[in-house]
Design a binder for this molecule. Structure first.
Ligand SMILES: [Zn+2]
Ligand SMILES: [Zn+2]
Length: 435
């Protein structure tokens, strides 16, 4: 694939780890997109460079961010973002500093909405969970929103959706895009190794996500923007090539990776759904999340789970790709068993599956399109190569490394496709016979 992608939106580098993204150039690339859709982004400025924590206040002001703000962080991210408070000289700052915020609960969102009363903007200092809480709170309260990133740990920075846990179920809610994203590449490079590896794992999920996107297009005629698709693929490839540098304290690698993570989030905002960045491997990870949360356990980092799930799905898909022919057969789903597995959530699962997404499969599509789907699997899913890169990047590559039991792994592999109303190859495989 030849799209300039990741590098397309980058202005000239002036120093080590500097990668201030040229948003105008990116917008231009997506103007009059051949897919026919309008691709819009609310992100006005992205700054990634070494030492720019001291410029945070100025960069926010330049980006039109208000000065009367609520700053949301936890003790870890405040310690990481040393220098952020002096940099906000001239701002009126109310703070909400959590002790250690690992999961985003709806109660947190409600609290931030309340605390933002009388403030004009919400500044999220952190990555992942803290961003998601603020993203939804900013959307619901109509406040300006900005991110000071502290770890290259996931690809949600520029996203328009926030996965939030409500009543024990993790769902994605429409949320606010940040108008300004700032990442000090020295801080990003010093992030805990597991968080940096998590960002890498999250990006490996793009390979299976893109196969699922193609499968949905081929089987149901679902919309796919080639431009966004190429940008996501290039971002994944670029990160893949940086595997060796992930665990090092290297601002340049951390800056590049953060930039690619931001671009992937932009891709989701451009298509208006999470197709470019999230396929069935993300649903597996969400399955693990809800099961562990229900058991009172703390799930591992999102990106680490996604990485392991990517390997599982890559093996599953490659197993199918050994066969030359595929035919649609009667669905092999024992619904009573499915509802039993989801327990108290059975009602949600029932709703997510009625009508069934399988009804959207076009007549004869499985038989006619299998060759192309198989081609995408062979092209994108080299399980050994992905596994080797993950190992180099410090990612766990098996379920033991993320605290998942074989039993939970089996349940996730078998039952995750029913959790969302979304066509994935894993979902379609419930009604395919291979030969
Ligand atoms: Zn497009
Ligand atoms: Zn993810």
């Amino acid at each position: 694939m030849s799209a300039p992608a990741c590098g397309a939106g980058r202005a000239a580098r002036k120093g080590r780890g500097r990668a201030t993204m040229d948003i105008d150039k990116l917008a231009k690339r997506f103007q009059n997109c051949p897919c026919g859709r309008k691709h819009e982004s609310g992100v006005r400025a992205v700054h990634i460079a070494p030492g720019i924590v001291r410029d945070a206040g100025r960069l926010l002001k330049d980006g039109g961010f208000p000065r009367n703000i609520l700053l949301v962080a936890d003790e870890n991210t405040v310690a990481a973002a040393k220098g952020i408070f002096p940099a906000l000289n001239g701002f009126s700052v109310r703070e909400r500093i959590y002790k250690d915020k690992r999961e985003p609960f709806m109660e947190d969102v409600d609290e931030i909405v309340r605390l933002s009363d009388g403030r004009d903007g919400i500044l999220s200092v952190g990555s992942g969970t803290l961003n998601d809480i603020c993203r939804l709170a900013a959307f619901r309260s109509g406040k300006a929103f900005a991110i000071f990133a502290t770890a290259p740990s996931m690809d949600g920075f520029a996203s328009k959706d926030a996965p939030i846990v409500k009543d024990g179920f993790k769902l994605s809610y429409p949320a606010a895009q940040p108008s300004v994203i700032i990442g000090d590449s020295e801080i990003l490079a010093r992030a805990p190794v597991r968080l940096k590896s998590a960002g890498f794992g999250d990006m490996m999920g793009k390979y299976t996500a893109l196969v699922d996107w193609q499968a949905a297009r081929l089987l149901t005629g679902e919309y796919l923007c080639r431009n966004v698709y190429d940008m996501t693929f290039e971002a994944a490839e670029r990160i893949f090539r940086m595997a060796d540098g992930v665990t090092r304290d290297d601002p340049e690698t951390a800056g590049h990776i953060t930039e690619c993570l931001i671009l992937t989030g932009m891709g989701m905002a451009f298509t208006g759904n999470s197709r470019p960045a999230s396929g069935t491997e993300h649903i597996v990870s969400h399955f693990w999340d809800i099961t562990r949360l229900a058991a009172g356990e703390q799930p591992d980092f999102h990106g680490l789970q996604v990485g392991v799930a990517t390997l599982l799905i890559s093996r599953l898909y490659n197993g199918a790709a050994r066969f030359e022919r595929a035919a649609r057969v009667k669905e092999r789903t024992d619904w009573d068993k499915v509802y039993a597995v989801y327990g108290a959530r059975a009602g949600d699962i029932r709703r997510a599956n009625s009508p069934s997404v399988m009804d959207e499969i076009l007549p004869g599509a499985i038989e006619k399109r299998w060759g192309e789907i198989r081609g995408h699997i062979k092209r994108y899913l080299d399980t050994d190569a992905i596994e080797a890169a993950m190992r180099a990047a410090g990612c766990p590559t098996d379920i033991a490394g993320i605290g998942i039991t074989p039993r939970l792994c089996e349940a996730a592999t078998e039952y995750h496709p029913y959790m969302r109303r979304r066509m994935t190859l894993a979902r379609a495989m419930k009604a395919i016979e291979f030969a």
